[in-house]
Ligand binder design. Structure first.
Ligand code: FE
Length: 211
């Protein structure tokens, strides 16, 4: 796994325990690397792709549809699992979903304080920092400070709601639709929806920033 370093001053420690499956994967990776059968850099590139591109594109399509289709947004609010499944995104770690909508008054932030529960079906693999103890503890204690380290400075009057994921219920943040995006196609809107904006550690991009 590659180390991710944010330019945010976080010290990203890894948990030093592996699950049985992670230990087996590590062992297999080591053997295959030693035999010259795989290139760890290639594996890192694949993981990076799933962390930042393939997975989150699913969630971005959900968000873009909610932005343009009020009926879908209503459904997503009421029964996120079914609404998301209607777009073909389902499966392990995404069986029970709840969508939380950012509004002018409220910003939503998702964490798993216990471990690393994450909506794989819509976001792919969790980023390393999401699993790291500093994020997991501080997101609850000091969400505004955490957001500032991600470069998000919210107005003081904006409320921040922190949602603690569990194995039973996982959250997708629906960021606010950026200004100046009227008349932009659903597909192009999806390009504005970053992974972090669906965790709540980011905002959707402006069309200018996406270019
Ligand atoms: Fe967890």
């Amino acid at each position: 796994m590659s180390e991710h370093h944010h330019a945010d001053g976080f010290d990203h420690h890894h948990d030093n325990h592996f699950t049985a499956m992670e230990a087996r994967v590590k062992a297999l990776e080591t053997v295959l690397t030693e035999k010259g059968l795989i290139d760890p850099a290639a594996i890192d590139a694949i993981v990076e792709t799933y962390e930042t591109k393939v997975g989150p594109r699913n969630g971005a399509r959900v968000v873009a549809k909610a932005w343009v289709d009020p009926d879908f947004a209503e459904w997503l609010k009421r029964d996120a699992t079914a609404a998301i499944e209607s777009l073909g995104f389902t499966g392990r770690q995404g069986e029970h979903m709840r969508a939380v909508f950012n509004t002018p008054d409220t910003h939503n932030l998702v964490v798993c304080t216990l471990c690393s529960c994450y909506p794989w079906a819509v976001l792919g693999l969790p980023p390393v920092w999401y699993k790291a103890p500093p994020y997991r503890s501080r997101a609850v204690i000091d969400p505004r400070g955490v957001l500032a380290e991600f470069g998000i400075d919210l107005p003081a009057e904006k409320r921040i709601r922190v949602w603690d994921s569990t194995a039973e219920l996982r959250y997708l943040v629906v960021p606010e639709r950026p200004h100046g995006t009227e008349g932009i196609s659903e597909e192009k809107l999806a390009d504005l929806v970053t992974r972090d904006s669906m965790i709540g550690t980011g905002l959707a991009l402006s069309p200018e920033a996406a270019r």
